[in-house]
Every structure is written in structure tokens, then in C-alpha cells.
Design a protein around this ligand. Structure first.
Ligand code: NOJ
Length: 563
């Protein structure tokens, strides 16, 4: 069996503080709001909170543009509030994992303010990536930024360009510079010495850029070049992470996960392999990118269950012996799980529970995104002006403004994929503004809060909430859920995702119907057992004594223990 580790056994709950709970009526979630809901999270049973960034920030990208790593965003509270949060969480046995955003800072960070002052005799100049323009005045290369436009911004003061892979208010740090790395490690130690329990590292596989910053390929339909081959999993990324591990991470008993666009299983082994001394887990994007088209997420298309199964199986087998998986359906950058992978209409409750079963029964550490535990859904604002997300708004400008998509096509894509789907306030009750704030929320609440809310979920013994609670409890009771070996069965089935987990003499059989249809599940004959007992199911299953053939109900899922 794999080495036992507490972070393998844990369930993580992600909080996007701006949208979680507002305690002071300014319409923006805050730290006191989180403190007021710790008992709720304790009831759910989670072990770790991943806090999306709470550092000081001008909020060009809601906190992913940090202007002071050692201070709290004014709207969220103070360092005092943070210490209180940490203490109150720890009292309840809940750990806190911070978001570490160190590929870039805000352009309002003191390092960047200094950096842009002058070229010569400026110790901060080299903290960022500055280059002169081409002889014709064009940017140094053709790379596009993730949030639209060129990845380079011209700066008048010194007549050079700086690199920003995200917005122009998020200049990329220069990791080649030893001082930059030491500043970051010091900052990390400062938080760890305060008692935080780990880091989720933002786009951490983008910190090393290929020397010379070569032009990228200009793909069909695109204006800028794709620089990603020159900064995803770049030449020195493993050196940097090993150094970070040596100098910081290895000195603490913490949880670490690296967010890594474009990472594949082979690379993930290098990042998470035990003897590699880098990170514990990575977030990959393969399943959440299913159906992406010409303009990526903005041209969402169909996807097949066999494709999803292939991705999961590949990661499960790939990291079975060494390394470790993270498991997630959603986060603050993704649409709501039930809208993306289930049915947010008629079978919302059933499909949300099915998805939860499916995810939590894989091998890896599960991540629950706030509101997922009550089956919150995507939102459809009719006016573009109700959207807040920089990525969404910039993409609209570029694609509709550039004549590539019509308004209607873009709005349809936004309804499916915009990050704001995940950012509407958590629906606590049927009170005005879903009980999130007594003021005006920074982004509108989803109008379905009158039906879908925490209060209603807590009052309904059959709610999605209690189903998640049970899944989490089962994880604590059955080693096999954490450590059992995964095997895919019925790989070719387009409706049912079924797999087994094996530990010693015991097996789990996991069956999930991903459709509103009633397909027949037939157990492969090579799976033999003496007894079977139901562990959890999202429908009533009584007196079922033959599991070799089951007609599944819409979005039905069942887990059996076979002995
Ligand atoms: C990934 C984060 O999850 C996302 O929200 C952010 O916009 C980018 N990295 C840039 O920091």
C-alpha cells in the first residue's frame, strides 16, 4: 500500500472569500464572515480550507493580483481577523491552506513600482521581465496574454516592455533572479510560522520561461502567438520547486498543491513523485477542458463520457504507484459542477449526488468548491454589465468586438463557462440576497437562491449537503476509499462510469449513471465476490440481492463493498 499521509486522507473545501459570507454589509465577503460559518463547515466534516487570496490587492483579478503579500485585503479585514480565523479554524480541527500567487504580483506591488522607475542601478529592475521592443516598436515577441491582448505592456518611463501572462496589472516575476526567490521563500516562511497549513500554488508551472522568449505559433482564428510551450513546465521549474521544497516546504508538515495548466501525467509524476521533493499534488485541466473549441472555453462543444473516463483512468493509473491525485469538478475559475457535468434542471439533486460519489470514490484528495455541497448552479445574467470577471469581459471585447462571435453566441458561451458562474454569492438562506449580505452584493446572487440554499439543505435529511457529509464520513471509516487501487471497468460504455477500488481482500464497486436515461449495468464476470453490501447510494435501494445486472435510474450512483 502507498505511504499513509494525512493530506491523502483529508477533504479540502475551497472558499472564494469575496463571495462566501459578508459580515459588515459592504456587499463583499470577508474573514469575519468565514469565521461565522466555521461551525457549518465543521458539520460538513471537511479537514482543510483552501482560501483563495486574501492578501492586499487592487482587485483587477479579485485578489490574484497581490500588492502586499504580508497584509490582508482591506475589504476582507485585518491581520488580526486572519489570526482569529486561523485560531478558530484550528480549534475545530480545520486546517487553512493559503493561495500562493507568485508567478506574478500586482503592478501596485512596491517591487514593481520600484522596478519600473529606471533601468540602471535599480535593484528591483530585474525582479520582473523587461525587454526592449522590436526595432519597429512592436512588442518583444508575439505572445498573447490569458486575459486578452499582447502579453507585453509598454512602459513610458523607461521605454521598455514588461511581460504579463495575465492582465497588464499582473506583471510576471523574474524567477531567474535569486533575490526574487529568496523574498518569496521568506514570505512563505512568515505565513507558515504564523501557523498556516499549506499552499495552493497559482499557475506554478509557469514560473520558468524558455530563454530568448521565442515567438509562439499563431493558431487558426487567433491574432497572437501561443507562448505556452515556452512557459508551461519551463526548463528550470523543477529546480525552483526543489529549491523551494528544500528551503521552505520540507521544514513543515503541510499540504501543497500546484495549479498547472497544460500539465500531463508524465510531468505530474515529476512534480509529485515522492523522491522528487517538490509538491504533493497538482491540479490538471484535462477534464475541465473537455469540449473546448476554436476559442477554447468560449466555443464549448459536446464531450463524451468515454473521453472523461479515459482522462480520469489515465491519471488514476499514472499516479497509482508514485505521486498523488487531486480530485475536483469545479473551482472559482470553472462553471458549477452540476451544470457542467450533471443536470442542473430536473435531476439537479440526483446528478449532484452522483457527481459527488464519482469524484470522492477516486483515489486522490477531493476538493469541494463552496456551494457545490448544496448543488449551486450556473447563473444567467441577461446584461453583460452584470458580469464582473476580467476574463469574461475581455473575451467579450475581443471576440464580439473583433467580429469573431455574435453577442448571442458569446452570451451562450458565458452561460456555460464564465468564471462568474462560480462567483455568485453562496446561498445561505431564502432571505434577501440569499443571506449573504445585508448590503448590495458586489455581484448579483443567483435568483434560484429561494429554492437552493444552505438553510433548506440543513432542514432536509435527503439533501445534497447530507450526502456530502456522509461521503466525507465514509472516507474516515474506510481506508479503501483513500488507498484502494483503482480499476476502470466497462471503458467503452457511453452512459455509465464504473470502476473498482481494491485493498487487500476487499473491493469497492462504484457505479455512476451520467445520463437521464435508464441504462443497464452488467457486472463483468471476472469480478467475483462472496458478499456484497451497499455503502452509499443516491436513490433508495432496498432488497437488491443481485448486483450482476442493474437497471439504473437517471443519474443513479451506488457504491458496494464486495468481499
Ligand atoms: C489561476 C487562478 O485560479 C485564476 O483565478 C487567476 O485569474 C489566474 N491564475 C491568474 O492568477
Amino acid at each position: 500500500m502507498m505511504k499513509k499521509q494525512w493530506w491523502k486522507e483529508a477533504v479540502v473545501y475551497q472558499i472564494y472569500p469575496r463571495s462566501f459570507m459578508d459580515s459588515n454589509g459592504d456587499g463583499i465577503g470577508d474573514l469575519q464572515g468565514i469565521i461565522s460559518k466555521l461551525d457549518y463547515l465543521k458539520t460538513l466534516g471537511i479537514d482543510v480550507i483552501w482560501l483563495s487570496p486574501v492578501y492586499q490587492s487592487p482587485n483587477d483579478d479579485n485578489g490574484y493580483d497581490i500588492s502586499d503579500y504580508q497584509n490582508i485585503m482591506k475589504e476582507f479585514g485585518t491581520l488580526r481577523d486572519f489570526d482569529e480565523l486561523l485560531e478558530e479554524a484550528h480549534k475545530r480541527g480545520i486546517k487553512i491552506m493559503m493561495d500562493l500567487v507568485v508567478n506574478h504580483t500586482s503592478d501596485e506591488h512596491i517591487w514593481f513600482i520600484q522596478s519600473r522607475q529606471s533601468k540602471e542601478n535599480n535593484p528591483f529592475r530585474d525582479y520582473y521581465i523587461w525587454r526592449p521592443g522590436k526595432p519597429n516598436g512592436e512588442p518583444p515577441n508575439n505572445w498573447g496574454a490569458a486575459f486578452g491582448g499582447s502579453a507585453w505592456e509598454y512602459d513610458e518611463t523607461t521605454g521598455e516592455y514588461y511581460l504579463h501572462l495575465f492582465s497588464k496589472k499582473q506583471p510576471d516575476l523574474n524567477w531567474e533572479n535569486e533575490n526574487v526567490r529568496q523574498e518569496i521563500y521568506n514570505m512563505m516562511r512568515w505565513w507558515l510560522d504564523k501557523g498556516v497549513d499549506g499552499f495552493r500554488m497559482d499557475v506554478i508551472n509557469m514560473i520558468s520561461k524558455v530563454e530568448g522568449l521565442p515567438d509562439g505559433e499563431v493558431k487558426l482564428g487567433h491574432r497572437y502567438g501561443d507562448g505556452s510551450p515556452y512557459y508551461f513546465n519551463g526548463p528550470k521549474v523543477h529546480d525552483y520547486l526543489q529549491e523551494m521544497n528544500r528551503e521552505v516546504l520540507s521544514k513543515y508538515d503541510i499540504i501543497t498543491v500546484g495549479e498547472m495548466p497544460g500539465v500531463n501525467v508524465e510531468e505530474a509524476k515529476l512534480y509529485t513523485g515522492q523522491s522528487r521533493n517538490e509538491l504533493q499534488m497538482v491540479f490538471h485541466f484535462e477534464h475541465v477542458s473537455l469540449g473546448d473549441g476554436l476559442y477554447g472555453k468560449w466555443s464549448p462543444g459536446e464531450w463524451k463520457l468515454t473521453e472523461l473516463k479515459k482522462i480520469f483512468a489515465h491519471w488514476q493509473y499514472g499516479l497509482a504507484k508514485d505521486g498523488w491525485n487531486s480530485l475536483y469538478w469545479s473551482n472559482h475559475d470553472q462553471p458549477r459542477a452540476v451544470s457542467r457535468f450533471g443536470d442542473d434542471g430536473k435531476y439537479r439533486v440526483q446528478s449532484a449526488k452522483m457527481l459527488a460519489t464519482c469524484l470522492h470514490m477516486h483515489q486522490g484528495t477531493p476538493y469541494i468548491y463552496q456551494g457545490e455541497e448544496i448543488g449551486m448552479t450556473n447563473v444567467r445574467f441577461s446584461k453583460l454589465s452584470d458580469y464582473r470577471d476580467i476574463e469574461t469581459l475581455n473575451a467579450y471585447k475581443e471576440l464580439v468586438g473583433g467580429g469573431k462571435m455574435t453577442h448571442e453566441e458569446m452570451m451562450a458561451a458565458i452561460y456555460e463557462r464564465s468564471r462568474d458562474n462560480a462567483r455568485t454569492p453562496v446561498q445561505w438562506s431564502s432571505e434577501p440576497n440569499a443571506g449573504f449580505t445585508t448590503g448590495t452584493p458586489w455581484i448579483n446572487v443567483n435568483p434560484n437562491y429561494t429554492d437552493i440554499n444552505v438553510e433548506a439543505a440543513l432542514n432536509d435529511p435527503n439533501s445534497i449537503f447530507y450526502y456530502y457529509q456522509k461521503l466525507i464520513q465514509l472516507r474516515k471509516q474506510h481506508d479503501i476509499i483513500v488507498y484502494g487501487a483503482y480499476d476502470l471497468i466497462l471503458a467503452e460504455d457511453e452512459q455509465i462510469y464504473a470502476f473498482t477500488r481494491t485493498l487487500g481482500e476487499e473491493k469497492l464497486l462504484v457505479i455512476c449513471n451520467f445520463t437521464n436515461d435508464t441504462p443497464l449495468f452488467e457486472l463483468p464476470t471476472n469480478i467475483t465476490y462472496q458478499t456484497h453490501s451497499l455503502l452509499i447510494s443516491n436513490y433508495d435501494v432496498s432488497g437488491e440481492d443481485d448486483i450482476r445486472s442493474i437497471t439504473l435510474r437517471p443519474y443513479e450512483s451506488r457504491v458496494y463493498v464486495l468481499k
